[in-house]
Design a protein around this ligand. Structure first.
Ligand code: PLP
Length: 485
């Protein structure tokens, strides 16, 4: 038999899948947050050869439940607090089903006018929600890593005299070293973008931060001046609104002023924190972006309840991004190409997912007010946790809490820094092994620091209170008892 499975298969198994999704979203706590599988265990439980014959969907779904699920770390669990906690949501999940059904490649306007126009519309909705002015061109990408790489490619193309699009960089003695500046707390995706673009890791200059982990504008100015003296070309600077380790906020207005004076492209990485600017009292987070940034990334797939993947890149001068990437072979020429946006012109990918649909459905189904309320709630739960930590004698906050990420550590007096580090690591492993919660860590000024991030749409204060109890119990448990003092 050829062709697709039948309508009967779709409806009967589709209903079973929907039932499973509904049950899962209602009771994710039935699963340990962090998978306890050993490396290789999932793979070993499955046939190593593909099936010659068709298998019934029932059996495949049975294996999904029995063999795949145990190897899942449940990002949609309300007690997933690691990295940056994220989640999908019902409208996003439904949109993904529709998007998979349509299987659109949003590359040329004509390959689905609605996909292109909805992407233009919904990125503009988000721009308005963020309180940004007109004049930004928005596009979706898979990740902030990709968005930032495209932004840095545009920053390079903003120097057409270098002719890098045509001549590349390798083997050229006429090119100065192109420099990118980012805080020592910037995300590694900036370094990776430099790798991918052939700029070289050595040309990413990590600027010192102050004692609240924010890039120091004076250090940025000094680094640029030193580079100019050496004959290097300051190309781009990345300011972060919500850094990964601590969610610190680089001073964008001051950085923008330096960049403007030096003709340096300013990219703002608001992958996690940028979306909080939809909350009126947090609009200040994007101060300086309208007036001084050339590009901005925010990730609805991080803290706007949109299923992965959905990053949004904004650029002020889309013609530069287009100049960096547009390449139209004969088979992709269209009559209307000069009057429409063909999103393939603005990045590496040809085929692009129809991501706008899920962001559109998420924004409509919750409404801007509903989204604002949910972010406020997360922020206030984070404040509550910060208060409990501050009030607990043997614990300390390790960084300010401007978003919904709390950095802290168990810090009983009388223990050396090294011993405290060891205890905190033990606490983290113990609570994560419980299956009831999942947190991660970072190092701040060389010290092991616990990170608890709140961003899942189903997380309530009770989940965080339970996590706090578990952390305190782990600190007291036999494995972490204090040595005789
Ligand atoms: N930028 C910041 C500040 C981040 O925290 C992260 C990930 O946590 C990224 C960029 C990379 O995000 P993505 O996974 O979308 O590439």
């Amino acid at each position: 038999m050829t062709g697709d499975l039948s309508r009967h298969d779709l409806l009967s198994q589709g209903r079973a899948v929907l039932d499973w999704i509904a049950e899962y979203l209602e009771h994710p706590e039935r699963y340990p947050v962090l998978s306890d599988m050993k490396p290789g265990e999932v793979r070993d439980s499955l046939p190593s050869m593909p099936p010659d014959r068709a298998e019934p969907l029932e059996e495949i779904l049975e294996d999904f439940r029995e063999k795949i699920l145990p190897g899942i770390t449940h990002w949609n669990h309300p007690s997933f607090f690691a990295y940056f906690a994220t989640s999908s949501s019902v409208p996003g999940i439904l949109a993904e089903m529709l998007s998979a059904t349509l299987d659109v490649k949003a590359m040329l306007w004509r390959t689905s006018p609605a996909a292109t126009e909805l992407e233009q519309l919904v990125t503009d909705w988000l721009r308005q929600m963020l309180g940004l002015g007109d004049g930004w061109f928005g596009m979706t990408t898979d990740t902030a890593s990709m968005s930032s790489m495209l932004a840095l490619a545009a920053a390079r193309e903003a120097r057409p005299e270098l002719a890098i699009r045509e001549r590349g960089m390798a083997g050229r003695t006429d090119l100065p070293r192109l420099r990118v500046y980012a805080s020592e707390h910037a995300h590694s995706s900036i370094d990776k973008a430099a790798l991918a673009l052939g700029l070289g890791l050595d040309n990413v200059v990590h600027i010192a931060a102050d004692d609240e982990f924010r890039m120091r504008p004076d250090a940025l100015g000094a680094a640029i001046a030193a580079d100019r003296q050496r004959g290097y070309l300051p190309m781009a600077c990345v300011a972060t609104v919500g850094t990964t380790s601590t969610s610190s906020i680089d001073p964008v207005p001051a950085i923008a002023e330096i960049c403007r004076g030096e003709s340096v492209w300013l990219h703002v990485d608001g992958a996690y924190g940028g979306v909080l600017a939809i909350v009126p009292e947090n609009r200040y987070l994007l101060d300086g972006v309208d007036a001084g940034a050339d590009s901005l990334v925010v990730n609805p797939h991080k803290w706007l309840f949109t299923p992965f993947d959905c990053s949004v890149l904004y650029v002020r001068r889309p013609e530069i991004l287009k100049r960096a990437f547009s390449l139209v072979p004969e088979y992709l020429v269209t009559r209307e190409q000069d009057s429409v946006v063909n999103y393939m012109d603005y990045g590496v990918q040809l085929g692009r997912r129809f991501r706008a649909l899920k962001l559109w459905m998420v924004i409509r189904a919750f409404g801007v007010e509903g989204l604002i309320e949910r972010l406020r709630e997360h922020r206030s739960i984070a404040q509550a946790l910060a208060g409990w930590i501050e009030g607990a004698p043997d614990w300390e906050l390790a960084a300010p809490v401007p978003f919904s990420l709390v950095c802290f550590r168990y810090a009983p007096r009388g223990l050396s820094a090294a011993e405290q580090d060891r205890r905190n690591e033990q606490i983290m492993h113990e609570v994560n092994a419980s299956g009831g919660m999942f947190i991660s860590h970072t190092k701040l000024s060389g010290r092991f620091t616990l990170r608890l991030s709140i961003g899942n749409i189903r997380t309530e204060e009770g989940h965080v209170a339970a996590a706090w109890n578990r952390l305190q119990a782990a600190a007291k448990s036999a494995a972490v008892t204090r040595p005789a003092e």
